[in-house]
Design a protein around this ligand. Structure first.
Ligand SMILES: C[S@@+](CC[C@H](N)C(=O)[O-])C[C@H]1O[C@@H](n2cnc3c(N)ncnc32)[C@H](O)[C@@H]1O
Length: 279
């Protein structure tokens, strides 16, 4: 393992420094998959009108705006994200009951103890560097009996897109540490159970789900991967090597092309947990 890879694995590298206005705007346009996965998570949580909800890692705020509609005028939705350019886009969707601001999971000091009914992270947990600290903060800001919902990449079951990209790098003869050029800090189911228990949560369910993402072509997949990883995709790879990887990926993905486009399976663990009422 290279030095850089070790740094990513230990969470000591800040992955939130490479965003751009273009990547943020693209994410807002192409994040339909994420929005649909998010609606599943929100349905699992059974969010009610009048509840006070925190969206951690809200990105450009599409799901947050949807949840603000569910909690209604008597409820409140606060969304935070470490990427200021994405928060700016989220602010354009804000409403009387939806506030957006810069912040990260590991530091929720802007919020009082026991101040939310629900906290959720949609496609965010596999980006959070210090997961114990994040869960401890979420536990603190939840009311007794409050619910946590998250979905995360499963470290033991990489998404199909990751498998294809890994093969494409090899075939294109590009020397790169895969975990650096396509980072993910996903966890296994066992690790997730242990993290939740250590933070004090009662785990309600952890379900592995298979979702299908559809991309018009290889360029749409690359645009998605770059914008959803906020600039960390293929980092440090030269323009000519990127072109070789793109061509190889295109060839490999031919077998996944259907009438609607390239169909790739994504494997996410959906977890719900509760803060004990007596805490
Ligand atoms: C793939 S996007 C998902 C955005 C949004 N939740 C959605 O459903 O579209 C991942 C988001 O996680 C955010 N993120 C990364 N590290 C984070 C952290 N430590 N705390 C909170 N959010 C984080 C990123 O800034 C990014 O906006």
């Amino acid at each position: 393992m290279t030095k850089l890879h070790r740094a990513y694995s230990s969470g000591s590298v800040d992955l939130t420094t490479r965003d751009s206005a273009d990547l943020a705007a693209t994410y807002d346009e192409v994040s339909d998959h994420q929005f649909e996965h998010g609606k599943q998570l929100i349905s699992d949580l059974g969010i009610l009108s009048g509840e006070r909800v925190l969206d951690v890692g809200m990105g450009t705020g599409r799901l947050a705006a949807h949840v603000a509609g569910i909690v209604g005028p008597s409820g409140h939705l606060i969304g935070i994200d470490p990427l200021p350019l994405r928060v700016e886009i989220a602010k354009t969707k804000s409403a009387e009951n939806f506030e957006a601001g810069v912040g990260r999971a590991e530091d929720l000091s802007a919020f009082a103890d026991a101040s939310f009914d629900v906290v959720y992270l949609n496609s965010v947990f596999h980006w959070v560097a210090d997961k114990p600290q994040a869960l401890s903060e979420i536990f603190r800001v939840l009311k007794g009996g409050g619910r946590l919902g998250l979905n995360s990449q499963d470290a033991s079951r990489p998404n199909e897109s990751r498998v294809f990209l890994k093969d494409a790098l090899l075939e294109a003869g590009v020397q790169a540490d895969y975990d650096v050029v396509h980072p993910s800090l996903g966890v296994s189911r066992t690790a997730l159970e242990a993290l939740l228990a250590t933070a004090g949560f009662v785990c309600l369910a952890i379900e592995a789900r298979t979702l299908v993402d559809v991309f018009a072509d290889v360029d749409a997949l690359i645009a998605w991967s770059s914008s959803s990883s906020f600039g960390n995709f293929l980092i440090g790879i030269s323009t000519s090597d990127r072109a070789a990887i793109r061509d190889e990926l295109g060839r490999k993905l031919a077998c996944k092309a259907g009438p609607q486009g390239i169909q790739l399976q994504r494997y996410l663990m959906f977890a719900t947990a509760r803060k004990p009422s007596t805490s």
